[in-house]
Design a protein around this ligand. Structure first.
Ligand SMILES: C[S@@+](CC[C@H](N)C(=O)[O-])C[C@H]1O[C@@H](n2cnc3c(N)ncnc32)[C@H](O)[C@@H]1O
Length: 253
């Protein structure tokens, strides 16, 4: 439906073919993509991607909206919310795409959690109308300890945060705690093979392949674990064209 393929139906050699294209990406060009003024070292950039802070963090947030547009929007399509759902997102950055999520069904409620004060501030500004209308709220907190009661949410999604989870099993269990029975947990990410080619990801990024993420969800007891890979438009970096894709692994409580 969205061009996505479940891991059941996708032969792994298709996946490998797109990895081959990725090998043409030069390390520094991807760094420049998230580094508009070119004044951050890869280590500084990595730190800002994990925890955007201050004026630089605001700029990083805007850059992420460009570089991560497809994976963010596709994560909401894969989540496939039902009318009246209450959705939790962890690490929404400045929350630029939430307005698109809320159009996908009627009566949706959205709660966004991010541990960056800068991102919470930006998300509140960008989404002021939806907050005032009572549809969405943001809370500054870490995935390690969420300020919600057990079984609060119909679904939970998180995009490009898994690399930074300090204790993946415990953190996934904390998500499970606040998810309702039969609720869906979705993790969207880029593959280890892709991230390995990016200079900044050497600094504090934990990288995952599909089987790692599926094992994580199995370990915490989720059912119906499923992975989709969705191709994104090719991007040009300094004359090099690379096929991008997002990976979406989900399970049911
Ligand atoms: C790379 S950005 C991704 C933003 C957005 N989801 C995207 O894909 O463009 C990671 C975001 O997750 C947040 N984050 C990282 N670790 C976190 C944690 N332990 N708890 C809550 N938020 C976290 C960061 O503050 C940041 O806003």
């Amino acid at each position: 439906m969205y061009g996505g393929k479940s891991s059941d139906s996708l032969p792994y050699n298709c996946y490998t073919q797109s990895l081959h294209l990725r090998n043409r990406l030069s390390k520094n060009t991807m760094t420049e993509k998230f580094n508009p003024d070119n004044d951050l070292t890869p280590k500084e950039l990595a730190k800002q991607l994990r925890l955007p802070e201050g004026e630089t963090g605001k700029q990083i947030g805007l850059q992420m909206n460009k570089g991560n547009k497809h994976i963010c929007l596709n994560s909401y399509k894969v989540l496939n919310p039902k009318n009246g759902d209450h959705i939790l997102e962890i690490g929404m950055g400045n929350g630029f795409f939430i307005k698109d999520l809320l159009l996908m069904a009627t009566g949706l409620k959205y709660t966004g959690v991010d541990f960056s004060a800068t991102m919470i501030h930006e998300a509140n500004l960008i989404n002021k109308e939806l907050i005032d209308a009572g549809h969405i709220q943001f809370k500054q907190a870490s995935i390690e300890k969420l300020p919600f009661n057990d079984s609060s949410f119909d679904s939970i999604t998180t995009t490009n945060t898994l690399y930074f989870w300090p204790q993946p099993v415990q953190n996934a269990q904390e998500l499970l705690r606040v998810l309702k029975p039969n609720g869906k947990l979705l993790i969207a990410y880029r593959s280890k093979n892709f991230m390995d080619q990016i200079e900044f990801s050497k600094h504090g990024f934990e990288k995952y392949e599909i089987q790692d993420v599926e094992s994580l969800l199995r370990e915490i007891g989720l059912k119906q674990i499923n992975t989709q890979i969705i191709e994104e438009p090719a991007l040009e970096f300094d004359g090099e064209v690379i096929q991008m894709e997002g990976i979406y692994t989900a399970g049911i409580k």
